[in-house]
Design a protein around this ligand. Structure first.
Ligand SMILES: C[S@@+](CC[C@H](N)C(=O)[O-])C[C@H]1O[C@@H](n2cnc3c(N)ncnc32)[C@H](O)[C@@H]1O
Length: 224
């Protein structure tokens, strides 16, 4: 059983960078993070009442959910990030837990959303777990970075990450992330693995949307 991914996440996210995370994600994605999150929450349907923001981090994605009439839950590996989420949003429950083994009842959620988890996760275990916690006819939505296919985009992507690598040498709390994120994104097979695992488990209506010139993708599916 490999937990290499969550080992990387533990090195990346900590008390050192929890306070600056929101600004870093906003500016390093040129504000595209908000656009991607708006696409994620488009998957919320009127009949969705119980929603989990999986790997909620500081709660940015949760803020895009109009939660007055919903039961909103959050879960994340990094305690210091959860503390920030707790101050920001009213959750029915916020737990410090690993996505592959969640402290939730079976068939509990109408919708599970997740932003920037897939590349760290053990996809096979993650899909088993989201199948367990999602209700019949419930949906799952996963968003994360992808390495672009287009040759011009690859060129600019590499140039941009050279700049981020350099910034990482100065901005110490972000050194680990900014020095390694490019290789992680290049090496991860999260889209293929997730599409296969969802299909094998029995999820239906599996769709992948590519965003921002192939630098990010959203995979969605329904538990029949
Ligand atoms: C880049 S942050 C994204 C946070 C938030 N989803 C957002 O969009 O701003 C990645 C988050 O994933 C969490 N994470 C990574 N691997 C995890 C795992 N296996 N289980 C739970 N959380 C995980 C980290 O703790 C971190 O808070």
């Amino acid at each position: 059983m490999s937990f290499e991914g969550s080992f990387i996440a533990r090195k990346f996210f900590s008390s050192l960078n929890a306070s600056s995370y929101d600004l870093v994600v906003k500016y390093t994605t040129f504000g595209k993070d908000s656009t991607w999150k708006k696409h994620i929450v488009k998957h919320i349907k009127e009949y969705h009442k119980c929603i989990l923001d999986l790997a909620c981090g500081t709660g940015i994605c949760s803020t895009f959910i109009k939660s007055e009439k919903l039961d909103l839950y959050g879960a994340d590996l990094t305690f210091e990030y959860i503390l920030k989420a707790k101050k920001r949003m009213k959750y029915s429950l916020l737990t410090n837990s690993i996505a592959e083994f969640l402290p939730f009842k079976s068939n509990m959620f109408d919708l599970v959303i997740s932003s920037y988890l897939a590349k760290y996760a053990n996809i096979k275990l993650l899909v088993e777990e989201i199948w367990r916690i999602t209700k019949k006819n419930g949906s799952v939505v996963f968003h994360d970075f992808t390495f672009p296919n287009n040759i011009f985009m690859k060129f600019f992507w590499h140039k941009y990450f050279r700049i981020l690598n350099f910034i990482g040498k100065i901005a110490k709390p972000w050194e680990s992330v900014l020095s390694n994120l490019d290789n992680l994104i290049k090496e991860t097979k999260w889209t293929t693995m997730l599409l296969n695992a969802l299909g094998n488990k029995g999820f239906k209506s599996i769709v992948i949307e590519s965003h921002t010139f192939g630098t990010s993708a959203i995979v969605s599916a329904i538990k029949p």
